[in-house]
Design a protein around this ligand. Structure first.
Ligand SMILES: *Cc1c(COP(=O)(O)O)cnc(C)c1O
Length: 353
């Protein structure tokens, strides 16, 4: 980072034991903070983790100018710490920023800052099998002003959270409700951006699906509710016959980095891969004909999340073996292999500290 001030905390927290890690409940001792004012980003600061101070009129609290990222660092086999595709995350943050009229960050500068932050808190990167350090960069509008226009001041912050294994008892398929009533995003809206508002819009459907016994919802397009978009926090893939299919990025779908990793690897493996518009009817018909072999979600938290049931208005869609598909398993092993430094990183996806 061009300027990076480091203020180490004195009262370090006690680190949670592995069995208490879970997701997103423990935070490390430090955070990175950078302020935007007078048309530019000020130098970054690594500070003790603490509350932020905001004016009650801060734009983010009223009009929701807020975006974030989610990525992970891993304790690798050789003892080093590696971050998975951080440049892609910061590039996506800038695409989100542009959509919400927020200022771009300097991607390389912020990567230097992130590496320094993880360096300061490196004792927090858990070492137990399949654990990781979740990285949450975010940007909020901080100007005290109630008029409706983009704010003139912003805060960019990175916090870190040690997380436990996503599958402590092994790969576990989930049931998903196809959402018929609510929509998450429409073309021209915020769907492609990692905007906090997308999550606010998704909570009610998610809660109703949970009550009905489903882990997440599968969103359909916001206009006809015919075409598959994505799952709450994951992109979605189908294996139909010998083809791997995922909906194309049409503006309302979040372009996942895990999604891109799966597409890249599958193509290199010589699989038939298609990014295209996919109707839920097509998926239902494929399952009726016995051609639907696998369904899985992709995202940073789970990497691969096999799906064993879709409920589309009472029509139950169950893929092939109704369990964990062969490709799901292979992709999971390969991607986590790269992340933990057990498989050669031919794509240069790991940024090693
Ligand atoms: C973050 C996110 C994903 C997954 O993206 P990854 O980069 O693979 O973690 C998918 N959908 C939504 C809505 C997301 O916010």
């Amino acid at each position: 980072m061009t300027e990076l001030a480091i203020k180490q905390g004195e009262n370090l927290k006690e680190k949670p034991s592995v069995d208490r890690l879970s997701f997103g409940i423990h935070f490390t001792d430090h955070m990175l903070v950078m302020d935007y004012q007078a048309g530019g980003w000020q130098g970054g600061r690594i500070e003790p983790y603490s509350n932020l101070s905001l004016d009650p009129a801060a734009t983010v609290l009223h009009y929701g100018q807020a975006i974030f990222e989610g990525l992970k660092a891993y304790h690798m086999k050789d003892g080093r710490i590696g971050i998975f595709r951080p440049r892609d995350a910061f590039a996506r943050l800038n695409r989100s920023a542009n959509r919400l009229c927020m200022p771009a960050i300097d991607e390389e500068d912020v990567l230097v800052g992130l590496k320094a932050l993880i360096g300061v808190d490196k004792e927090w990167v858990p070492t137990a099998k399949e654990t990781s350090l979740y990285i949450r960069p975010f940007m909020i509008a901080s100007e005290a002003f109630l008029g409706v226009r983009p704010a003139s001041t912003y805060k960019f912050v990175i916090i870190l959270s040690p997380v436990g294994a996503y599958y402590p008892e092994g790969f576990k398929p989930v049931r998903i409700m196809v959402e018929n009533q609510y929509v998450r995003a429409v073309r021209g809206g915020l769907g492609f951006a990692k905007a906090s508002a997308n999550y606010a819009a998704s909570l009610l459907a998610q809660e109703e699906a949970k009550k009905a016994g489903y882990a997440q919802v599968l969103w359909l397009d916001g206009i006809e509710q015919k075409y598959v978009e994505e799952v709450g926090t994951m992109n979605i893939f189908f294996v139909i016959g010998d083809e791997l299919i995922t909906p194309s990025l049409n503006g309302s779908i979040l372009g996942g980095i895990t999604r891109n990793s799966v597409l890249t690897i599958a193509k290199d493996w010589g699989l038939k891969v298609a990014e295209r518009q996919t109707s839920i009817e097509e998926i239902y018909q494929a399952s009726q004909k016995g051609l639907l072999k696998e369904i899985f979600g992709t995202g940073t938290a789970a990497v691969i999340s096999p799906v064993n049931e879709l409920n589309w208005d009472g029509k139950i869609i169950v893929p092939g073996n109704g369990g964990v598909g062969e490709l799901s398993q292979k992709l999971y092993q390969h991607i986590t292999g790269i992340q933990y430094g057990k498989v050669i990183d031919t794509y240069n996806w790991m940024e090693v500290l």
